[in-house]
Design a protein around this ligand. Sequence first.
Ligand code: ZN
Length: 166
Amino acid sequence: MVLWLDSAHAGSSPIPRSRLPNLDNPYCDIATYLLPDFSEEAISMQDRNGRPVIVISSRLLANDPAYGHFLLAHECCHHTLGHVRRFAGLGQLGPQPFYYIRPALRNMELDADTCAVRMLKETHEPDAIEAGRLKMLSFGTRPTGAYYPTGIERADNIAKHAVDQD
Ligand SMILES: [Zn+2]
């Protein structure tokens, strides 16, 4: 859900990459790591060598596997749609991204959701799609993150693509 695009930060982050348990991500072959007691739900980033990495909260995945799968697919999409690569060179893009990419962030979230729904249709996981929709709906008219679309916008977008025949 949270898109963390900062390769410089990733390089200096306290995440002990080599000691984190790996997860066999069913949606893409991007290195995916589990982190307990993670303050975010999941992040997509490049490591200091420019390799794409996904980190997901192991607690979230254990407590809510259906939403966890939605999130894994969503994070894969941030990578496969080129979102991470697109902004990796811009430096610090943490919780206060530069004003000029804010509109892009909004569209990237919707595009990643759409792509995740398509993946989860292919893997026949309607429960994961519905878990994603309900999670977004729980935000209501509030944004789902800094400069992100509102919960209702994302829930509607997920519902629309869940019934698409494309
Ligand atoms: Zn996202």
